[in-house]
Ligand binder design. Structure first.
Ligand SMILES: [Zn+2]
Length: 488
């Protein structure tokens, strides 16, 4: 299926029905062949020799075993450890910089010099800090890389030390092979993505020439979505939703609860929240969403697949969108959402409340203006409710999705995961990529690591990555760096 403009909606339903029938027959044949290929070719296509695997594993081990939570303050040490490896592999010391935002937050920026200095560089991203993990909460030691039953366990094995290890291992391998890119390729490993994301902002502001690039590839998002344990969709994250918090507050003089009145802050606030609950922001099928649904339809069946196709047409089918919107995961991809997340009201069981407060958390579609969302919250809150901005939205544009880029990624993914469609996705959370996009660097995240929607352990206990999956993703990044470095 070519990448490009949306197909026009066709009014003649029966034609579409026939096309869908042919399409689905073709797909089931493709799926059958793909399953056979998957088993037969998997070893051949992911071929990575023993020594390269050992290097990648050793880098991952070293990173996992340096605890890098915000409390530890050890990201400068982790950045230095990666810098030492790059220098040992032959990178000039001047091209490998450990940049400390402060003594407890460090980042690494390393440059692979190309043969054509005037070409725009490519920026490769990962973060080396992790969220806390308590030994008592885990069944294994989070700060030791443990290989067991085909898994690597340890804090950061998925988020995002695996990514950092894949980048450093690829640079080491490419350098040792005597390879050289055409334009410069830069690795940036940041030290506070999980908390303030100040490092990436600081690098973009204070060290711009070191990280300036034509586009960026981020290891910290996207991935291969597993369905029943098998790869079903290769996702490339190309945009992130915009986060904002609003506080709703109602106050009153209060009084004795024996003298009940029909109006009090809790009732006023409850009515405001009900209006927010009943409000649906307008359908907006972004370019990323359109391609996501178009490609996801290839791995879905029945009504869901039909609805996904219908919503990716131009104009999107409203009733298909309405059906998909009943599922929170799809709804989040089709529109801005706002939802009440906290309530705090009253001061005694036997007193009329003097105040009632709620937090409404909004996730705004990238590319949409943020002011109308705040205006909608204020309008829905109504008279007598004071609305304040608790966490202001930072607009971050979606990255464009040019066909040549998608074709290259699709070709690379198909070589290792044949029969698995590629789809651009929007992340509901936030990564450092939000700031590179804001700085004018289109950013794409094809982590190539498997994601089991029913077993997400990033930030949780017993975080792990499949041993084979880690090596396969490392191979993918090696090939991708080489491909883009040679300009496709
Ligand atoms: Zn992360």
């Amino acid at each position: 299926m070519p990448w490009g403009e949306p197909r026009q909606a066709r009014p003649i339903v029966c034609t579409r029905g026939i096309l869908h029938a042919i399409d689905s027959m073709r797909r089931s044949v493709i799926a059958g062949v793909a399953a056979l290929l998957w088993t037969a070719v998997s070893v051949a296509v992911h071929g990575q020799a023993g020594p390269e695997r050992a290097v990648a594993r050793e880098i991952l081990r070293e990173l996992i075993e340096i605890p890098t939570t915000a409390d530890d303050g050890a990201t400068p040490r982790a950045a230095q450890a990666m810098a030492d490896r790059l220098v040992a592999a032959g990178f000039p010391r001047d091209d490998v910089r450990v940049l400390n935002l402060n003594p407890r937050v460090g980042s690494l920026v390393a440059r692979f010099r190309g043969s054509e200095p005037n070409r725009p560089p490519i920026l490769l991203m990962a973060h080396i800090d992790v969220v806390p993990a308590l030994r008592a909460d885990w069944s294994v030691d989070p700060w030791v890389l443990l290989e067991r039953d085909g898994w690597f366990y340890g804090r950061g094995t998925t988020d995002n030390k695996a990514g950092a290890a894949m980048l450093v291992a690829s640079f080491v391998r490419l350098k040792r092979e005597g390879w050289r890119p055409r334009g410069d390729i830069i690795i940036a490993l940041t030290g506070d993505e999980e908390t303030t994301q100040d490092s990436i902002k600081w690098l973009l502001k204070e060290h711009r020439p070191l990280v300036s690039a034509g586009f960026a590839l981020n290891t910290d998002s996207g991935g291969i979505i597993l369905k029943n344990g098998k790869p079903s969709l290769f996702t490339v994250q190309a945009s992130e939703k915009i986060y904002a918090d609003y506080q709703l507050e109602v106050t009153d003089v209060g009084g004795h609860s024996s003298l009940a009145r029909p109006d009090n802050p809790i009732y006023t606030l409850a009515a405001a929240l009900q209006r927010i609950a009943g409000h649906q922001f307008p359908l907006n099928v972004t370019e990323t969403a359109r391609l996501f649904f178009e490609r996801s339809a290839l791995v879905e069946t029945g009504q869901v697949a039909a609805d996904m196709r219908a919503v990716s047409l131009s104009p999107p089918d409203a009733s298909a969108a309405a059906r998909l919107s009943t599922q929170p995961f799809y709804n989040a991809r089709l529109r801005t959402t706002c939802v009440a997340t906290r309530v705090d009201a009253g001061h005694a069981n036997n007193a009329l409340p003097q105040s009632a407060r709620a937090v409404v958390n909004c996730r705004i579609l990238p590319g949409e203006a943020t002011a109308p969302v705040e205006a909608a919250v204020r309008r829905l809150a109504g008279d007598g409710v004071k609305v304040t901005v608790l966490y202001p939205p930072t607009a971050s544009p979606p990255s464009p999705l040019p066909a040549p880029l998608l074709n290259t990624l699709e070709r690379l993914a198909a070589a290792q995961w044949p029969g698995v469609p590629l789809a651009p996705v929007m992340e509901a959370g936030a990564t450092d990529g939000m700031y590179t996009r804001l700085a004018g660097i289109p950013t794409y995240a094809p982590s190539a690591l498997p994601e089991d929607p029913d077993d997400v352990r990033a930030h949780g206990r017993d975080e792990r990555v499949g041993v084979e999956a880690f090596y396969q993703a490392t191979e993918f990044w090696y090939r991708m760096i080489k491909t883009f470095g040679e300009d496709r």
